[in-house]
Design a protein around this ligand. Sequence first.
Ligand code: HEM
Ligand code: MTE
Length: 464
Amino acid sequence: GPPFPVFTRKEVARHNSQASRVWVTYGSDVFDITDFVEAHPGGKSKILLAAGGALEPFWALYAMHKQEHVLEILRGYKVGELSPEEPPQPTPGDPYAEDPQRHPALRINTLKPFNAETPPELIAENYLTPNALFFKRNHFPVPVVDPATYRLQVQSSGGRTMSLSLQDLKRRFPKHEVTATLQCAGNRRAEMNAIKNTNRLGWGVGAISNARWGGALLRDVLAEAGYKPGDKGHVCFEGLDKDQSGTVYGASIPFKKAMSPDGDVLLAYEMNGEELPRDNGFPLRVIAPGIVGARNVKWLAQITVGPEESQSHWQQKDYKGFSPSVTWDNVDFSSAPAIQDMPVQSAITEPGPGACVCPGELTVKGYAWSGGGRRVIRVDVSLDGGKSWHMAKLTGKEQLPGRAWAWQLWQLDACVPEGTKEMDIVCKAVDASYNDQPNTVAPIWNILGVLNSAWHRVHVSVGE
Ligand code: HEM
Ligand code: MTE
């Protein structure tokens, strides 16, 4: 095609708002991204930070942009090139330089920020997921925290601030232990992306893990701060992790859940008997059992109580469920409640999709879990795409009614008849309220790619 027009950085800088159109540079290319601003999965306010300038300093922090599917979107908006006289953008330092070492078996989705799932082959091997294999879902670099000087700030009911050291939390409050499963709202998003790409992290079945957590009960700490069980509102949490504009990760849960004697919400400093790994929130995180992963704030810095939910991006503009009819052009974020309890879920972890199994004995394995403390009472497995069903054998520790925070692993020992060429293995779970899973993904597809709880299907071939 014809050569692109050439611009100076000064000319690009004039296009720094939607009114004057939004231009950015990447390398020596110039892009007019005005038409993408509203559809940006990370939010309009974030993408506008780069308006009129270079993407590099921002994408150093949000390095998951440096993937082919993102660069392809960008290329579609190219309008010009920078004048060869323009000096190149200095390469920024790596904000992720202090991130911890990770286990090589983790299935990495994005490296910076670090997002990785438990390898599916290992999920059903451990009722308690080993810390190193527990899925990790970070939005920013992992904060570096000195446990000796760390303080948790809790706003008391009188308005004063209570400052607690790690020692205070361990000594002044009894240690409470809970086995609880954490699941990201985006678990199994890859199946949604296959129907229509949401352009967000393509999680498989491994954005879910289970651990024994130890810590102070949030309700004990709130009581110490002067709150009463009958008080109302929301408990808001902020983490220590933030971006260069100072935006910190935040989320909230209903006060009722926080204060309920049956809620079991922890300020956890222990995971499977060890201190929390840095990726999972060292030295202190919220564990809100039964509630979507996003509210389980890691690297906890601050707790406040008020009439409003957290005003953070992740409470207001993400982790909400929408109708398949809602698009980026007509989405009204205030119309949907923030996800709290999660729906009933199950997935097949063995065999994996596309595996070749042998005729004869076959073991199918997986997990099943429901939100809100609802126990899974049954898992049905089909080997013929849902025509006929078998009941799987469930394993898991005894849990209190309404407080079944942990998943159950399941197994089906089946027989693959001679002559079978391929099989469609399907699973579905039923919880204590007799909620079950939708058959297919399409009717629950949504722009954020969250809450995929459809029947899980694995296609395998049968060989010798
Ligand atoms: C997410 C595109 C600029 C912050 C995303 C995603 C895409 C995208 C496709 C989803 C990625 C995935 O989940 O795989 C773009 C394009 C940009 C741009 C084409 C420029 C033309 C920016 C800038 C910032 C930013 C300048 C920050 C200042 C974010 C954030 C997310 C995101 C915070 C969400 C990450 C999460 O949910 O974990 N962007 N982006 N983006 N972007 Fe951008
Ligand atoms: N807390 C902070 N401070 N920062 C984060 O990025 N991610 C949230 C939640 N808490 C996050 C956070 C999300 S979306 C999930 S699913 C869980 O942490 C993941 O917890 P994990 O990394 O221990 O598996």
